[in-house]
Ligand binder design. Structure first.
Ligand code: NAI
Ligand code: 13P
Length: 295
């Protein structure tokens, strides 16, 4: 069995750490890094199993430039919707990989905790149940794995919760209180369910690890990059400066724009994501709060 992680950022390295408990797990990235079992891209691409831990916004370009399908089984670990096209990752990957070779990872998983071997529970989502079970079996005992066929549900949850985490960070940054944050998260869950149902997601996904699990985690911890973006926006910092200081990807910034466009196109009511997209374009957060309360 040969397995490699593509992308050696925070999440790629944490996944390689976890999968190395039971197997030799290779890892590659565009810059050479001194990590055990780091290999060049050519070698990684010969592996039977590939885990993609690249930011959602670069996936299409990366696949076009570097990837040619030769039977590899894929687990996509990114969480986001492509800005501009509004494409979900499963739609992007479907241009390059047959559906029965594709699976998607979801659930509450701060890389910084996974790389310490702290426990969590995750979901492998695939229309191919055998493939989902195969990837599920690779994870070490400190990660409990479940499988699901609700690919679009898991994708919407993983992407949407990043936008809601920005909203939650803004809420806390403005010191609106615990009641406000709980209200925001609860209404956010309703909103992401409404959005997901439009695209065919199943109800139970929103109540499980991929939905409520990952949302509660990300929208209530400073370990979340997206939540921290929200905190800094509430302090009046410029988005550009926040992202430079962060130095890592905050997918919610791009996904909020994608949700904004998709919601307008399909007439889906998504007030929180709508306000976050406007705040990221310069709207004053306190005015957004007033508008949300009045809506
Ligand atoms: N960090 C975390 O706790 C988790 C992250 N994720 C998701 O995993 C994805 C990756 O996140 P992180 O690893 O945390 O981000 P990161 O910012 O730590 O790393 C991103 C990596 O992608 C590489 N990269 C960026 N543009 C590239 C390009 N055009 N071609 C090749 N490589 C490129 C960077 O060099 C970097 O190594 C995101 O979609 C994120 O939402 C999912 C679960 C947990
Ligand atoms: O997806 C994550 C945890 O499940 C990581 O969230 P952040 O990208 O906001 O840090």
């Amino acid at each position: 069995m040969s397995i490699a992680v593509i992308g050696a950022g925070k999440w790629g390295q944490a996944l390689q750490f976890a999968l190395s408990r039971n197997f030799t797990c290779k890892i590659t990235s565009r810059q050479q890094k001194s990590i055990e079992n780091f290999v060049n891209l050519e070698e990684a691409l010969t592996c039977q199993y590939l885990i993609f831990a690249l930011p959602a916004q670069v996936v299409r370009g990366w696949l076009e430039t570097h990837f040619s399908f030769s039977g590899q089984k894929i687990l996509v670990a990114a969480k986001g919707i492509e800005q501009g096209s509004g494409a979900f990752l499963n739609e992007i990957f479907a241009n390059f990989v047959p559906e029965d070779h594709l699976s998607f990872l979801s659930g509450p998983s701060f890389a910084s905790e996974v790389i310490q071997g702290l426990p969590t529970a995750l979901v492998i989502n695939s229309t191919n149940d055998i493939l989902a079970k195969e990837f599920a079996s690779f994870f070490p005992s400190f990660i409990k794995t479940y499988t699901s066929k609700d690919v679009i549900g898991a994708e919407v949850c993983g992407a949407y919760k990043n936008v809601l985490a920005i909203a939650s960070g803004i809420c806390d940054g403005l010191r609106l209180g615990n009641n406000a944050r709980a209200s925001l998260i609860a209404r956010g869950l309703v909103e992401m369910r409404r959005f997901g149902k439009y695209f065919g997601a199943q109800d139970e996904t929103f109540l499980g690890l991929s939905g409520a699990g990952d949302l509660f985690l990300t929208a209530s911890s400073t370990l979340s990059r997206n939540y921290r973006v929200g905190l800094f926006l509430a302090e009046g910092k410029k988005l550009e400066d926040i992202l430079i200081a962060l130095g890592e990807v905050a997918e919610g910034v791009f996904t909020s724009a994608a949700i904004f466009e998709l919601s307008l196109k399909h007439t889906i009511y998504t007030p929180i994501a709508h306000e976050i997209a406007l705040i990221l374009k310069g709207k004053e957060p306190r005015i957004s709060v007033k508008d949300l309360l009045a809506d």
